[in-house]
Design a protein around this ligand. Structure first.
Ligand code: PLP
Length: 424
């Protein structure tokens, strides 16, 4: 057996991503973990299970049946917990399953949940559609407006669910302030940190109780596996594992856990490279004649740039831009003319992805906003945005690609600043 530490608090994030809970295989010395595909595990004579009187004894076994636990999935959970500075994690089949685990694992009839009015559409729809059927009251508010949050809290509020930066608006939430409000009322704060990843935000360091991820996005980072996770204190994760993990059955497959672990090996370097490119592209697009507005937390004119600087050690690899011409028309042409970036849904993959998200459609399908909340949505998104998830291509190639495709859309002359060198 190796005497390497499972984890060392002195390690930086890149080392933690590679090393935390990595165990060379005891039989072969293989460094790269194998995949434990078995659904079940032997009872070993002498183990508690042989004298088991009931489920509690079975639960003492490290592995029994893969819906309850699997060695490869467990290694992923430990690596994720280490990256977020947490005690434990529960991996789930998808990011939405992680949201469901929190909702159905923690809430009961009579409770109230407060969620961001612009968090990921799938989370919005899940919470607003399903929870009221189970007797849970739901309010959606702008969690960046702390007065609105205070006003919306109720004695029965058990959970505040935030997302920062949120997809697709890239609006941020002041996590420390939100945690203080939630905790004063005895509520937990869960934060979907999918866009930031632990490279650019560690919500538990700012007072959050639980961190959620769609592992499908940057953490896996290769567009070939769905996955999700809830990360936090041991007792809360144990509750979620016992309720959501076992009963809802949305268990992550060992194969996907292995792929995601391999993605995590390079998380730090991938994210830093993509975010650096995102900054170059954001600044380039700001000067582009076809572009009306660019939103990226690293730009000084992002409405919450000061908060981003305070709360995030980097600004992420997703940006949005608005165009002068009608969005759906530009979308058609980007889909036809892009040669490096891909016109497609999702984000956080190694290849850049761009997609049009029209405001009217988003309001109809996912965000029933009115009044000040609607005005705030339009402040970030206008009539619609192109969401660009920046990948690992050469930034100069992405800039040239976007430039030619945007010019094709409007028959504009070449961008005056466009050279083969990326914008500074
Ligand atoms: C911020 C955020 N959270 C959760 C999800 C859901 O993830 P999944 O598709 O893995 O269920 C997504 C998906 O786009 C997302 O963007």
């Amino acid at each position: 057996m190796s005497d390497r530490p499972a984890i060392d608090p002195a390690w930086g994030l890149a080392t933690t991503a590679l090393q935390a809970h990595l165990q060379p295989d005891a039989a072969t010395g293989a460094i790269q973990p194998g995949i434990a595909m078995s659904v079940n595990h032997l009872f070993t004579p002498g183990e508690a299970a042989f004298s088991a009187q009931g489920v509690d004894d079975l639960a003492q076994l490290p592995y029994l049946y893969a819906r309850w636990g699997n060695p490869t999935v467990r290694q992923l959970e430990q690596r994720l917990a280490a990256l977020e500075g947490a005690e434990d994690a529960l991996a789930t089949a998808t990011g939405v399953a992680a949201v469901a685990a929190v909702c159905f694992g923690l809430l009961r009839a009579g409770d109230h949940v407060l969620l961001s009015d612009v968090c990921y559409a799938g989370a919005q729809e899940l919470v607003r559609t399903l929870l009221p059927d189970f007797g849970v009251a739901v309010s959606a508010v702008n969690l960046s407006d702390l007065e609105a949050v205070r006003a919306a809290m109720r004695p029965a509020t058990r959970l505040v669910h935030a997302e920062t930066p949120c997809n697709p608006l890239l609006r941020l939430t002041d996590l420390r302030a939100l945690a203080d409000i939630a905790h004063a009322q005895g509520a937990l704060l869960s934060v979907d940190s999918t866009l930031a990843t632990p490279v650019f935000s560690r919500p538990l360091d700012h007072g959050a109780d639980l961190v959620l991820h769609s592992l499908t996005k940057f953490i896996n980072g290769h567009g070939d596996a769905l996955g999700g996770a809830v990360i936090g204190p041991r007792a809360l994760i144990a509750r979620l594992r016992a309720r959501a993990g076992v009963y809802l059955g949305a268990t992550l497959s060992a194969h996907n856990a292995w792929l995601i672990l391999r993605g995590i090996d390079t998380l730090d370097v991938r994210l830093r490279r993509a975010a650096e490119s995102a900054g170059q592209i954001a600044r380039f697009l700001q000067q582009h004649p076809a572009v009306r507005a660019v939103t990226w937390p690293g730009l000084p004119d992002h409405p919450q740039h000061a908060l981003a600087q305070r709360q995030m050690p980097g600004f992420g690899a997703v940006l949005t831009f608005q165009v002068h011409a009608p969005g759906p028309q530009v979308a058609q042409r980007l889909a036809r003319h892009l040669r490096v970036a891909h016109y497609a849904f999702s984000l956080g993959h190694q290849r850049s992805l761009v997609v049009w998200l029209g405001t009217d459609e988003m309001l109809t399908s996912s965000y029933p906003l009115q009044g000040a909340a609607l005005a705030d949505y339009r402040r970030f998104a206008g009539d619609g945005v192109f969401r660009l998830s920046v990948g690992l291509e050469d930034p100069a190639d992405l800039i040239a690609d976007l430039d030619q495709a945007l010019r094709a859309s409007d028959d504009l002359p070449p961008h005056p600043n466009h050279t083969d060198d990326p914008a500074p």
